[in-house]
Design a protein around this ligand. Sequence first.
Ligand SMILES: [Zn+2]
Length: 447
Amino acid sequence: MKNAVYQKCLNPDCRATYDVGDPLFACQKCGDLLDVCYEWGRLNVPTSLKDFETKWVTRNRPLDRSGVWRFQELLPFCSSEYCLTVGEGQTILQSNDEVACYAGSDPGNLFLQYEGMNPSGSFKDNGMAAGVSHARMVGAEHVACASTGNTSASLALYAHTCGMKCTVFIGSGKIAYGKLSQALDYGAQTIQIQGDFDDCMRQVQDVCRQLKLYLVNSLNPFRLEGQKTIMFRVLEALRWQVPDWIIVPGGNLGNSSAFGKAFVELKELGLIDRIPRLAVINATGANTLFELYENQGLRFNGGHVASEEICKYYKKLDADGYRPDTLASAIEISRPVNLKKCLRALEVCNGVVREVSDTDILDAKAQIGLHGLGCEPASAASVAGLKLLRAQGVIESREQVVCILTGHQLKDPNCTVSYHMDTQGEFSNRPVEVANDLDAVIAEIQK
Ligand SMILES: [Zn+2]
């Protein structure tokens, strides 16, 4: 009999299955993405989300304290002995009326999910807790990833914690210094490729195949299992009520893919009665999903995705010499590896995709900093996206919205300082230079 947990190819014409212990990162028959699948009837799943509250009492146990592993019954792919935690998922869902007002939502209806509060400062720790646990389960000794920054920081932290070797590939261009400093500090072997993220992604897959390293990029299906827990914590903070909308920045599309899978599984299990709508927000300078979904009408179509349309689009990008370009470096990706899974999430969540400019992102970021806990540029795409969707009347002011803030404000301090030093920014807060003189300082403060 097949195991209750296995991996399955996303392609409906293939549907090949693999053992949960196979360290694959693509279907070996057709090359498509893989899912982690569960036969829930053979697993021990709570009958109510409220049952998870029993773990609040046993928070002294590291796995019950973890914001990922306290939901282990909803991602039961490995036994507890392999589950690795560094204290991820101690995040908060903050109701924020000032940012709601900026974006055009009614007071009480906007919540900011602060994933920057994770140990390495970004949402990536959710996926890495799961991905590196799977690496341990299959006996991997050396892990690798390509990264715009946050993934390498997170992987370096988790690998170091459990004594694995770690190699990270980063582009020679725009990695934010906060992120690079983490990978170096956590002792990762850091390889800088002369190219962008998409180039790194291609290299790391070839290297992993050749050297048999364990690949922990977001095409690794086990990472997405960890990222499902962001939604479980949102529901937990809302006392298990489903919000109307989830808004998430779109880069490699791992989060949106994981969120869609989380809601489908919760619905199947009868743990929620409806699925929220999903909005994925691209930066204008890296808008592949927006172009394909909104302008060209690409759909999941029960898994029969028109792959030739995607190939045609990528060929055009190559022919035009296109390079993605946005200050939101974490989502500066033109060939998102989880595109098909994201299309599935958009289908099940009746989703929309929008693009927002760097100016809109930076203004929204300044508002989040002024009224919230601050975030890195890519995160603010979610709030900029809400503002746009409110202006377009797609989201109503009375609807309850959760914006995911994916990374910490200190990930990219250069970007923040540049915005505030530039008097052109709508919310710039420029430092003032004053002579080293008491009267002059007092005069300036009293201005
Ligand atoms: Zn396949």
